[in-house]
Design a protein around this ligand. Structure first.
Ligand code: ATP
Ligand code: MG
Length: 571
């Protein structure tokens, strides 16, 4: 291994956090000289950062190979024809970076690789005997994210491991899906991280099973609902809400003047009622001109889950709220006074709203509400009852356990079933043993390799800097030579240990700079290498050097001659 001297490596540490950095990983990776911003959402990897990235890649590779996946490498620039074949060229919004070559042919920069891998598959797989087939690569992706932020966490250019599997039948798919689930768990366990595998929304792709892997961190963009007493956990985008019981009371319905009260809070406070006794009615566009609009009814304190609402039959996709103008033109009443009683629109009630009785709702006349409304007695039209709300802390879990609690997480992996969406659209068929054409079922397995580096830092840092887990640290050992430019003895012992530890196969960074001890210690804390060896004149007079772990305060004093052996013993 080449000499790894601090003075020779590019490690531009900074005292100040970059102005645009909001989260610990962004601040510390820039301050520690791991990465440097090139443009919005794109970063250069400097020597220390690249070593961490390569370590994450290595662990990901080892676990995938163990799980039977094969590594390939697919191009970053992809021909538009493939995306036209799958139907996604027109569906993908501005997140897809498109470009044109000198012959005026359209291309895009890979945000994901379903089209390319499906095309590759149809060219190279000829026999059912080659299935199942599980391919992956680790490659640069580009997504023109609307809000790149948090450094590596939500970048525009980033590195992803994406894998794709092909199967003749469900059983084979299920086996690989389970193997990938176990593989992702193994990766996160090896990295020593606190994580959760959660049920997830598969969005518009796929037709079923989907799991996300989240590294738990306060700064995470996702919220996870979990049951503390069972293994139930789900992204709140997806978490199924259990219908909460009403009190069954039957009061007479009364129309009440509620001047100026337009929000649930205002109505509740005007009527001196709890928001849990009120319903709110949201108006969205239907997928046809007749009826044009659809009413969604929720308990006053609950929030609409847009992913769930987007799946209601008859509702426009993606979900679109009706404007004040649309509503007034159709209903002759303003937002804030609408309710399900006497409403001339199809009504979809969230199951917890549907279980209420004697509730407060808009009276479909400006500035009037009903008090004591009841579904069976007062709502004449048909009401569809569906789960369309976000779960809240304290809800029962769908497995009967609970109450649910929330955690924040960083999504580092997502595995899901693609079904035959791509194989069908791109006319892929494989002959089975009886000569029958089978359209293969596909699975898709994404892992954010560069996001993972940030997620590790979010979980592994303290007030002084990063605390790398041994598995991914840029170096295992950091030698700090104190006043080495003044003391020939310190310099000599440091050089010898550096040499001997490297010869023993350990990755060592040697801080040989002509700098004050304080500068070296501050940088060492910031950079976060797990083991530190401090060599100074005073210690050497007693025949010792000092060993300390970044995550412990205990100091071990050892004779320089015992150091190599001490490290050789640690696994
Ligand atoms: P998100 O909901 O965070 O936007 P996604 O659903 O778009 O993620 P996938 O398409 O499933 O993500 O991509 C697989 C993995 O790639 C994600 O789990 C994540 O780890 C990583 N990833 C996605 N977008 C980014 C990004 N902008 N920057 C860094 N990593 C990303
Ligand atoms: Mg995304």
């Amino acid at each position: 291994m080449a000499a790894m001297k601090f003075s020779e490596l590019i490690i531009p540490t900074l005292r100040e956090a970059p102005a645009d950095a909001e989260v610990a990983s962004h601040i510390l990776l820039v301050r520690g000289g791991f990465i440097r911003r090139l443009a919005s959402g794109s970063y250069n990897w400097l020597p220390l950062g690249l070593r961490v990235l390569k370590n994450v890649e290595r662990i990901v590779r080892e676990e995938l190979e163990r799980a039977g996946a094969q590594e390939i490498l697919m191009p970053v620039v992809q021909p538009a024809e493939l995306w036209r074949e799958s139907g996604r060229w027109d569906v993908m919004g501005p997140e897809l970076l498109r470009l044109t070559d000198r012959h005026d042919r359209d291309y895009c920069v890979s945000p994901t690789e379903e089209e390319v891998v499906t095309d590759l598959f149809r060219r190279v797989i000829t026999s059912y005997r080659q299935l199942p087939c599980n391919l992956y690569h680790i490659q640069t992706k580009f997504r023109d994210e609307i809000r790149p932020r948090f450094g590596l966490m939500r970048a525009r250019e980033f590195i992803m491991k994406d894998g794709y599997s092909f199967h003749l039948d469900e059983e084979s798919f299920e086996a690989t899906y389970a193997a990938m689930h176990a593989c992702y768990s193994a990766i996160l366990t090896r990295l020593g991280l606190d994580y959760r595998a959660v049920e997830a929304d598969s969005g518009s792709i796929g037709d079923g099973e989907s799991h996300e892997f989240h590294v738990l961190a306060e700064s995470g963009e996702d919220e996870i609902a979990y049951s503390p007493v069972s293994d139930y956990a789900a992204n709140i985008e997806k978490a199924e809400a259990v219908s909460l019981p009403g009190d069954g009371s039957v009061e007479p319905i009364q129309r009440t003047h509620t001047p100026g009260a337009k929000t649930i809070e205002a109505v509740a406070s005007f009527l001196d009622a709890d928001t849990t006794r009120c319903v709110k009615t949201l108006i969205v566009h239907a997928d046809s001109e007749d009826p044009g609009l659809v009413a969604l009814v929720l308990r006053g304190d609950h929030q609409l889950n847009e992913a769930k609402a987007g799946r209601i039959d008859g509702v426009r996709r993606p979900l679109e709220f009706a404007s004040q103008g649309d509503i007034e033109a159709t209903l002759g009443v303003g937002i804030g006074s609408i309710g399900p009683v006497g409403l001339a629109l199809p009504v979809v009630a969230d199951s917890s709203a549907a279980a209420m009785s004697s509730f407060v709702c808009g009276a479909n006349v400006d500035d009037y509400h009903y008090v004591g409304a009841n579904w069976q007695r007062d709502v004449t039209g048909e009401v569809r009852v569906v789960d369309i709300r976000n779960v809240v802390e304290g809800d029962p879990a769908p497995d009967g356990s609970g109450p649910l609690k929330f955690l924040r997480g960083i999504e580092v992996g997502h595995i899901f079933k693609l079904g035959t969406k791509y194989s069908e659209a791109m006319s892929v068929a494989v002959q089975d043993a009886s000569g029958r054409d089978v359209v293969p079922i596909m699975g898709c397995y994404g892992f954010g390799v560069s996001r993972m580096v940030a997620a590790i830092v979010e979980q592994c840092h303290d007030g002084d800097g990063i605390v790398w887990p041994d598995a991914v640290a840029p170096f295992g050992i950091h030698i700090i030579a104190l006043n080495n430019t003044k003391s020939a003895e310190v310099q000599a012992v440091a050089e010898r240990l550096h040499h001997d530890l490297q010869a023993a196969g350990l990755a060592v960074l040697f801080d040989d700079r002509d700098d004050r001890p304080g500068v070296k210690f501050t940088d060492a804390d910031l950079i976060g290498i797990p083991n530190r060896i401090t060599i100074g004149e005073r210690g050497l007079r007693d025949g010792v050097v000092e060993l300390r772990r970044r995550d412990e305060s205990d100091v071990r004093r050892l004779s320089p001659d015992a150091v190599v052996e001490a490290f050789a013993k640690t696994p």
